[in-house]
Design a binder for this molecule. Structure first.
Ligand code: GDP
Length: 633
């Protein structure tokens, strides 16, 4: 079901024409709703000569005309552009045309209304010529001009045929499986509760589904759907839709909010856009100008940052970064309009190039401008690559969401990027290598950089701490500032490719070893000699530390040359191994051992024996029962 939107100067006959075409006067919709208890979708319906049912959004000619028009015009398939034959092109005619053009509404039909008021054929031709000139080069450049009179029933049939022909040429609306309904009206119907209306985009909405209302993230459920006055179970993209939503009240939803599946969209308060300043604009646009942004059905006060230029002159195009005062839902390629707040004037508009830029751009960065250019011009693979670069590493579904491509484009782009190695699937793919929504993906560039950073951090650590075996894993993770899943994948891949070594909680550059300088080497040797001669009564921890220094001491522990069993007691590796082996031997002939038995066996002091036995308890080799130990199997 497609939607036609009317536009044109106030009093040029839009409402009268809609009534003549549909039998419904737009102003009467409200009464009708109250009388018939049907949901008012804010527009009228008509059946074209070819049998197709279409909806017409007619925007009332009130004070906020333009801004109202903007809320309604976003999702339309074709324009019915109205110009009164007696007055011809007027200022609002131009402004509406500019808006249709900026929003890239895909063509339509021009109705030259009130022809009954003009008897002079020459005048009509003159007006037509004028109209042709004004629309030349815009989205209505090729639109047929149909002379009509709603009063005298002239040309209405021809107009309907022309609208039918125009719609026939159009492809179906994009369905990327991520429905979003920008809310243009919200009201209650007694017995039903909250109802929102809008033109559904990008996917289907189904009765019973859970939905999220953004930007606030309220949760609700679709209780009922209605399109074209009929109840439906499924609303398809492009259709004018009324959704009855449970669990939210009318005052919790505003025009401009977006109804979507939970987690499908994230809001944004900053975006990079391509911008065209209208040639009729009264003045240039400068950096830091405050503007009103119209996108979807929302209107948000924003500040524009002009990139790469000091000012834009009327008729010029450029790149902007918009800073929004409130978050909105927007995806790549969404069209938008900017207006000056007061006096109200449409400045221009264009399309969203990056709805989630990383941060504030430096205004004259060549890299940024080149990236924006690539995003705006790019093939699906370029666009996906940009999304990947922006994300760094993340679940595949985030890349899809950010790219905003359709299924076929996603498949093609993925094949291309995987085959060239530009995209790497890190984990979570199925056995056959098929990528899943939750698969962790990254770009080759990001991955190489991250690997390099990890190894550099370790190299540095080794340099600063030559006496340590390596860095605690957790410390590396927090230095790299990456989430746990990505970090785990990074470590296991670096280990698998022999770039990194992992022992317990310690990681080091592959091949790194603690090395003592000659002086340290000497101290180490004399300490080890002390151990060799002291038998079962080795020097204490404190003595060792004062002999060789704390750093060398802990390196000896790390290297396993010394084994510290308590805060005071340390043994050489040889002695420790021998004592443990002897104790295990003793357990072969007896079930329990007392501290005194062990002391007598080794002929050493109680201090050492107690420390050793407690240590053996703590590593789970023995278990203490009263005064004796038992071997724990
Ligand atoms: P809108 O503001 O564009 O919706 O204009 P309206 O539909 O309200 O029409 C404005 C005025 O023009 C009304 O007084 C209409 O009766 C009159 N009008 C609209 N269409 C025709 C027409 O075909 N012929 C004549 N003579 N008057 C018309």
């Amino acid at each position: 079901m497609r939607v036609i939107g009317t536009a044109g100067h106030v009093d040029h006959g839009k409402s009268t024409l809609v009534e003549a075409l549909t039998g419904t006067h737009p102003d009467r919709l409200k009464e009708e709703r109250e009388r018939e208890m049907t949901i008012d979708l804010g527009f009228a319906w008509l059946t074209l000569p070819n049998g197709e049912d279409v909806g017409i959004v007619d925007v009332p000619g009130h004070r906020d005309f333009i801004e109202n028009m903007l809320a309604g015009v976003g999702g339309i398939d074709a324009a019915l552009f109205v110009i009164a034959a007696d007055e011809g092109v007027m200022p609002q005619t131009r402004e509406h045309l500019a808006i249709l053009d900026l929003l890239q509404v895909q063509g339509g039909v021009i109705a030259l209304t009130k022809v009954d008021l003009v008897e002079d054929e020459d005048w009509l031709s003159l007006v037509e010529d004028d109209v042709r000139q004004v629309v030349a080069g815009t989205v209505l450049g090729e639109a047929p001009i149909i002379r009509v009179s709603a009063r005298k029933n002239i040309g209405l049939e021809t107009l309907l045929n022309a609208l039918g022909a125009n719609l026939e040429e159009k492809p179906p609306r994009l369905d990327v499986g991520r429905p979003r309904l920008p809310v243009d009206r919200v009201f209650t119907i007694s017995g039903f509760g909250t109802v929102v209306t809008g033109t559904l985009m990008d996917g289907c909405l189904r009765v019973g589904e859970e939905v999220e209302i953004l930007p606030r993230g309220l949760k609700g459920r679709v209780r009922g759907l209605q399109t074209h006055k009929k109840k439906e179970d499924v609303a398809i993209p492009g259709s004018r839709t009324a959704a009855n939503i449970t669990s939210v009240t009318v005052d919790q939803i505003r025009r401009g909010d977006v109804v979507a599946h939970p987690k499908d969209y994230s809001t944004t308060a900053r975006m990079d856009v391509h911008f065209h300043l209208l040639p009729d604009s009264s003045q240039p646009v400068r950096h830091n100008t405050q503007v009103k942004l119209f996108i979807g059905a929302s209107e948000v006060v924003s500040r524009l940052r002009l990139l790469g230029r000091d000012e834009l002159k009327p008729g010029e195009t450029g790149w902007l970064q918009l800073e929004l005062s409130e978050p909105v839902v927007a995806v790549r390629s969404d069209r938008y309009i900017l207006r000056r707040p007061s006096p109200g004037e449409t400045l221009g508009g264009g399309s969203v190039v990056d709805p989630h830029p990383k941060g504030r751009h430096r205004r004259f960065s060549k890299d940024i401008l080149a990236r924006l250019e690539a995003l705006a011009q790019g093939t699906p693979a370029d666009i996906m690559m940009q999304a990947l670069v922006a994300i760094g590493a993340g679940p595949w579904k985030d890349v899809i969401a950010r790219s905003n491509l359709n299924h076929a484009q996603v498949e093609a782009a993925l094949d291309e990027l995987r085959s060239t190695g530009a995209l790497i699937v890190l984990d979570g793919a199925s056995d056959g290598g098929v990528i899943q929504n939750e698969s962790l993906v990254t770009s080759k560039g990001y991955w190489e950089q991250l690997s390099k950073r990890a190894l550099q951090e370790l190299e540095q650590y080794h340099q600063v701490n030559p006496l340590r075996r390596g860095m605690p894993r957790e410390e590396l993770k927090s230095r790299l500032k990456v989430p746990p899943r990505l970090f785990a994948t990074l470590i296991s891949r670096l280990v698998a490719s022999n770039q990194l070594h992992e022992t317990g909680p310690i990681v080091s550059v592959y091949g790194y070893e603690i090395r003592f300088d000659p002086e340290q080497q000497k101290m180490v040797q004399s300490l080890l000699a002390r151990f060799a001669t002291s038998g079962f009564s080795p020097p204490s921890v404190k003595e060792c530390q004062s002999d060789v220094g704390e750093g060398v001491y802990s390196a000896l522990i790390d290297l396993g040359l010394l084994v510290q069993v308590s805060p005071e007691v340390v043994f050489s590796r040889d002695l420790y191994d021998r004592m443990v082996a002897d104790i295990l031997d003793l357990f072969k002939t007896q079930d329990t051992l007392s501290a005194a038995q062990v002391r007598d066996y080794f002929n050493t002091s109680r201090r050492y024996v107690l420390a050793l036995l407690e240590h053996l308890d703590s590593i789970g080799l023995t278990v203490r029962e009263g005064d004796v130990r038992r071997h724990r199997n």
